[in-house]
Write a protein that binds this ligand. Sequence first.
Ligand code: P6P
Length: 297
Amino acid sequence: MDDAQSERAEAEAEDPISRAIAVVARSAPEIRAGLTGRRTKTDDENASGETQLAADVWADELLESRLTDIEGVGQFASEEREEIVDAGDGDLSVAIDPLDGSSNLQSNNSMGTILGVYEGELPAKGRKLVASAYVLYGPITTMVVARDGSVTEYVVEGDGEEDAERRAVREDLALPDDPTVYGFGGRVPNWTDRFADYAGDVEEDLKLRYGGAMIGDVNQVVTYGGVFAYPELDSRPEGKLRLQFEGNPIAYIVESAGGASSNGEESLLDAEADEIHQRTPVYVGNADLIERLEAEF
Ligand code: P6P
């Protein structure tokens, strides 16, 4: 590590937000390396009633121990845990989805880790985010970080044993002006009429890209432009995804990259946060596609 790198590392060591991001980056190759032997289902369910894989529990425990160790972090919350963890008297709260899309592990498809760093206590509105990031376990491991209005994509390299190296490959990342892809979750027969109408219009113009893990699908939108939705459903008007762990951090990234987000009425970042595991419809992507949705809802 040269002098500049060591100075940066020291600076990061001081700043708790940078340290939280660095912890997730450093842990990514280890999580990736640890997936192979942890594809089995446990007998337990998470707070959202989803069966946990061994990998969910393991990634959650790994990140909990490292993130709560950061001076300045006062609370830790995870999609995989019922309760918020008290981490001391820090002013920051970290909310994670340790292994988003873990059901894709069985089919060996992409998955992710999501991090939201909030000012103050949880549950919190998305406007309280001071940084957010996602790791994408795809053919390679990448990490997209939003902070101070700017988005950077890194390639994360490491064998899970050594400290990971993070190399910026796209800076000031912005959604392309011309959208080309869409990905809509939920079963079509369960879509509300108004979402089905919107989807019908979008499908005429864009190409379907839906892989069943939000991070893989959102990264398609961030890369090629378009829209991702896990919409309101007739059977589940509140949708499936969690505001604190998925909706807010992803909305923060997409809006920082020049896109827009919505819960059908307003930016996800303005949605009231009443309960740590509350669900929300999620619509993120190019601003004109989100404006069209809100105009039709
Ligand atoms: P479905 C994964 O379980 C997840 O939380 C998101 O990553 C993903 O977008 C969605 O659920 C997939 O849900 O109903 O298509 O399996």
